[in-house]
Write a protein that binds this ligand. Structure first.
Ligand code: CU
Length: 129
């Protein structure tokens, strides 16, 4: 994905009002956040410079995932539209949180911090059989 300039990101956030993107919760059954389960499959995602290292994440329906979110620069987070915020990471650190989706589909994930989603921090979570 192309890296936006800081100016473009600031402009984009001004256009949308400068607020973070809010996350809808409750329309997808599953688990978002909290301590990951011992048997969970690990999925690693790195956030840096308005990009996630993965633009698509594939998981199985009902599968327990330990989402390892790492930041190589500033604070970032990871939220799934319809499920909620799963993980928040401060600068230059890593957190591991629980993720489970109990319904097949394709869902948008993104960073809720102001300007980050507009800067390119979003992707698709594919939940398959
Ligand atoms: Cu971010």
């Amino acid at each position: 994905m192309k890296k936006p300039s800081l100016i473009a990101v600031i402009f984009a956030s001004l256009v949308v009002g400068g607020c973070g993107t809010s996350v809808e919760t409750g329309s997808i059954p599953g688990k978002a956040g909290g301590k990951s389960q011992a048997n969970a499959r690990s999925v690693a995602l790195t956030a840096k410079n308005f990009e996630y290292s993965l633009s698509r994440i594939k998981i199985k329906v009902g599968e327990e995932i330990a989402l390892k979110l790492k930041s190589d620069d500033n604070a970032h987070d990871f939220a799934v539209d319809g499920l909620g915020k799963i993980a928040t990471v401060s600068g230059d650190s890593t957190v591991t949180r629980r993720l489970r989706v109990d319904k097949l589909g394709r869902y948008t994930f993104f960073c809720t911090l102001p300007g980050h989603r507009d800067g390119g921090m979003e992707g698709i979570l594919v939940v398959k059989r």
